[in-house]
Design a protein around this ligand. Structure first.
Ligand code: AMP
Length: 283
């Protein structure tokens, strides 16, 4: 496995692979890798010819500096896991390589409009502009590729799809299902920050999503159920929503069909998100 920190070496590796007719699978991450990331590596390995994984804890997408400082970092373990998954090139660019102006703002950024300002974007102003701007750089440096993202970050996936369409990136975006622990908790790098009691509370997320997935009801009834299960579990709820899966527009109560439930909240001060499919039946 080739390990790079330099942007030009990464750009050359990608273009050399393409010149040999190989299709590149790109897996962007922030490290502290777990089975959720592994599922993306496997998908990339299965449907592309050569896998490039990136690890970059992007400060421009953190609204809160405490959250950035606390973000787990496990570089040696990440390296071993990437190697074991058949990643051909692991890129860990330096902050200076990605954002030479940091901490000053970069004059040129990607903005996303409404989709970037709701849900996660409403609670974390600037978050998705930071995500989209860094992912745009990853796409430009890597060049034409397939890029793999998890449905765990459902709004992020929608944001990236919008950006790719609006800015005509030569990138096929591939979404992958959420990987959960046996107890139902969606895997997240942040889970290691939870105490055993916090972890028990965090199970409220998957429990709430299971409850609404099992019973087809109106969108408003789904929202009320999500909130009450989360509150009963002790989660400090940030938002619960039932939305159209592609536009993320909140479903009206008289609409029916396949929708997505999005939930977010704090456990022990750690922000967690989850989502799942729901079927809405009009009132
Ligand atoms: P992160 O390192 O948290 O920025 O995540 C990198 C990629 O892994 C993103 O596309 C995430 O959506 C995806 N990911 C994180 N957790 C999971 C999970 N539990 N299941 C599937 N994909 C995930």
């Amino acid at each position: 496995m080739l390990e790079l920190t330099d942007v030009e070496a990464w750009r050359s590796f990608a273009s050399e692979q393409r010149s040999k007719g190989r299709r590149i699978g790109l897996v962007p991450t922030m490290g502290a890798l777990h089975e959720g990331h592994v599922s993306l590596f496997r998908a990339a390995k299965g449907t592309s010819d050569v896998v490039i994984a990136t690890i970059f804890v992007n400060p421009r997408q953190f609204h809160d500096t405490g959250d950035l400082e606390r973000y787990p970092r496990t570089p040696e373990r990440d390296r071993d896991l990437a190697l074991a998954c058949g990643v051909a090139c692991l890129v860990s660019p330096t902050l200076d390589a990605m954002w030479p102006d940091y901490p000053a703002p970069t004059p040129t950024t990607v903005t996303l409009g409404a989709l970037g300002e709701v849900f996660e974007g409403a609670d974390r102003p600037g978050h998705f502009d930071g995500v989209a701007s860094v992912v745009a750089k990853l796409f430009v440096i890597t060049g034409p590729c397939r890029a793999y993202f998890g449905e765990k970050d459902f709004q992020q996936l929608a944001v990236i799809r919008q950006m790719v369409r609006d800015l005509s990136f030569d990138v096929d975006v591939v979404g992958q299902p959420i990987v959960r622990d046996d107890d139902g908790l969606a895997l997240s790098s942040r889970n290691v920050l939870l105490s055993p009691e916090g972890r028990r509370q965090a199970l409220g997320f998957s429990r709430a999503l299971r409850h609404v997935a099992e019973a087809s009801r109106s969108a408003d009834a789904q929202r009320a159920t999500l909130r009450s299960v989360l509150e009963d579990a002790g989660v400090d709820v940030a938002y619960v929503e039932v939305v159209d899966s592609s536009t993320l527009v909140p479903s009206r109560d008289d609409e029916t069909g396949e929708r997505r439930a999005l939930v977010a909240g704090f456990v022990e001060g750690i922000r967690l998100i989850d989502n799942g499919p729901v079927e809405v039946v009009g009132r």
